[in-house]
Design a binder for this molecule. Structure first.
Ligand code: HEM
Length: 485
């Protein structure tokens, strides 16, 4: 291993550290990052084939490293780069998986335009509340019946995002919307069992890895479906758009493509620009739908375990907002206990347990170690959120970590970083927080969630998540809804 490489299992030529993983890691019973943290400490390193990987399991180290530009790349990812019009070297287009100039241009543009559209502002509130009302109507049909909230929440979240990006609403019953949402869900719940062999094949023979990588085909089909959907909206937008009066994100993007017609190096130029548009839209969907709905699914599960917390949240909302009045974002500051419940839910859920993999774009010094150029870097957020030094009894759902009973105020905690931190923190944080708050309060105003008598509730705690790919989903459960008002 290179000099000053962080501690970890040995490395063999070509196959790296894979033979040294214990059986429970190899067969997926324990997460690799948990084993690395427990065995080698807060900064550790290994080799996946020829690719170095460094895992950080400490809040301060993550904060220090993710400030740095040279830690803000994304790994090149053959053969998956094909899904986002990638280059032969494996680098990808769009927002989520791109690096360097493409990433900087796409991130800067998307953040600015979404902000101008009301992303992160209160004007978005009405649109989200409309989706909450539609969802409530849909749920009313199932009141008193044993049901799963799973696919229902996603429909509304996808719809809200689609509206922002293209100005169109689907009906929640629209089969096209339902098919897309079902595909997302199956992809994100698909148990992709990466074997040491499939990992090695991706590094050695990426072209053949298309056939050996579990989930590659499923992923490609899903990406094709979403690209088709975006492509159709693009054709319609091109016919009707007026550069001086952009209606939605897609119009703003088309205007930027026009502006870049004389800038061949820009990622908005010509055909490349259109490919970036499709990739960026795809990324906003991938990043922005299951994450938010999964957070809601988790929080309902926590409330099913803690009916007293649910009753207290409902009481607070009734007192502050009033029965039957629509919750507004301005109420957030007046609902400290509700906010504490949301933060504790985010901590326990940690839906993106290793954030997204970063890549070192050059050698980086950290805490006396060297992270070599092209290393994959993982931030072990799950450990940061379950570290008993900072979160006593971390498996216990306890909103009082974020609530001061004496002063009845909300307590912030900088160690809660579900959206990651630094240069590449979640671009949708502001939207996600608004959606999460308005959906959660809107549902609890109207309904009480009760456990379904025939179906035992899955456990909660560090080992209870269903980790699939980059997401830590709530285990599936059933609930019964009761109408409150
Ligand atoms: C509760 C909901 C959400 C959580 C917990 C969450 C969490 C995260 C995390 C941990 C990352 C990785 C950051 C890193 O690489 O260090 C990320 C990236 C990202 N998220 Fe979110 N996210 C949520 C919702 C959303 C929403 C609603 C959107 C947009 C509509 C969104 C868009 C993105 C994008 C575009 C990135 C990539 C940023 C980049 O690479 O520069 N996310 N998110």
């Amino acid at each position: 291993k290179p000099d000053k490489f962080p501690p970890g299992p040995p490395r063999l030529p070509l196959i790296g550290s894979l033979p040294f993983f214990p059986a429970q890691v190899k067969n997926g019973k324990q997460k690799m990052s948990t084993w690395m943290q427990e065995t080698f400490g807060p900064i550790s390193g290994l080799y996946l084939g020829k690719r170095p990987m460094v895992i950080l399991s400490d809040f301060d180290l993550i904060k220090d490293l993710y400030k740095k530009h040279e830690a803000s790349g994304r790994p090149k990812n053959k053969p998956f780069h094909e899904n986002r019009f990638g280059s032969p070297d494996g680098s990808q287009r769009g927002l989520l998986q791109s690096s360097g100039q493409e990433w900087q241009e796409q991130r800067r543009f998307t953040m600015k335009q979404l902000k101008d559209l009301g992303f992160g502002k209160s004007s978005m509130e009405d649109m989200i509340n409309e989706e909450v009302a539609k969802l409530a109507q849909l749920l009313e049909k199932d009141v008193g019946k044993e049901m799963s909230m799973n696919l229902k929440l996603n429909l509304s979240i996808v719809n809200a995002l689609w509206y922002l990006l293209t100005g169109e609403h689907f009906a929640l019953e629209d089969p096209e919307l339902q098919a897309i949402v079902a595909k997302f869900d199956s992809l994100l719940r698909l148990e992709i069992k990466n074997t040491p062999f499939s990992i090695l094949m991706e590094g050695w023979m990426p072209k053949l890895a298309k056939f050996t990588s579990p989930g590659f085909k499923h992923m490609k089909d899903l990406f094709t479906d979403i690209k088709d959907l975006v492509g159709k909206a693009l054709v319609d937008h091109k016919k009707t758009y007026d550069p001086d009066h952009p209606r939605d994100f897609m119009d703003m993007y088309l205007a930027e493509i026009d502006k870049s017609s004389n800038a061949p190096d820009s990622s908005f130029h010509g055909t490349r620009g259109e490919e970036s548009l499709v990739s960026t839209m795809l990324d906003l969907f991938l990043a922005g739908t299951e994450t938010t709905s999964s957070s809601l699914l988790w929080s309902i599960l926590f409330l099913l375990h803690h009916p007293e917390v649910q009753a207290r949240v409902q009481r607070e909302i009734d007192e502050v907002v009033g029965v039957g009045n629509q919750v507004s974002l301005e109420d957030r500051a007046l609902l400290p206990y509700t906010n504490a419940v949301l933060m504790e839910s985010m901590r326990m859920a940690t839906i993106v347990p290793s954030a997204l993999p970063h890549a070192a774009t050059e050698d980086i010094q950290l805490n006396g170690y060297v992270i070599p150029k092209d290393s994959v870097i993982l931030a072990n957020l799950l450990h940061v959120h379950y570290d008993p030094t900072y979160w006593p009894n971390p498996d216990e759902f306890n909103p009082n970590r974020f609530y001061d009973e004496a002063t009845r105020t909300f307590k912030q905690n900088e160690r809660l970083i579900p959206f990651s931190i630094g240069k590449r923190y979640c671009l949708g944080q502001s939207l996600a927080e608004k959606e999460y708050f308005l959906f959660f309060t809107g549902l609890l105003q109207r309904f009480t969630f009760e456990p379904a008598p025939g179906s035992p509730l899955p456990k909660i705690g560090r080992d209870s998540g269903v980790v699939v790919g980059i997401l830590r989903n709530a285990p599936l459960y059933k609930t019964i809804l009761k109408v409150r008002q």
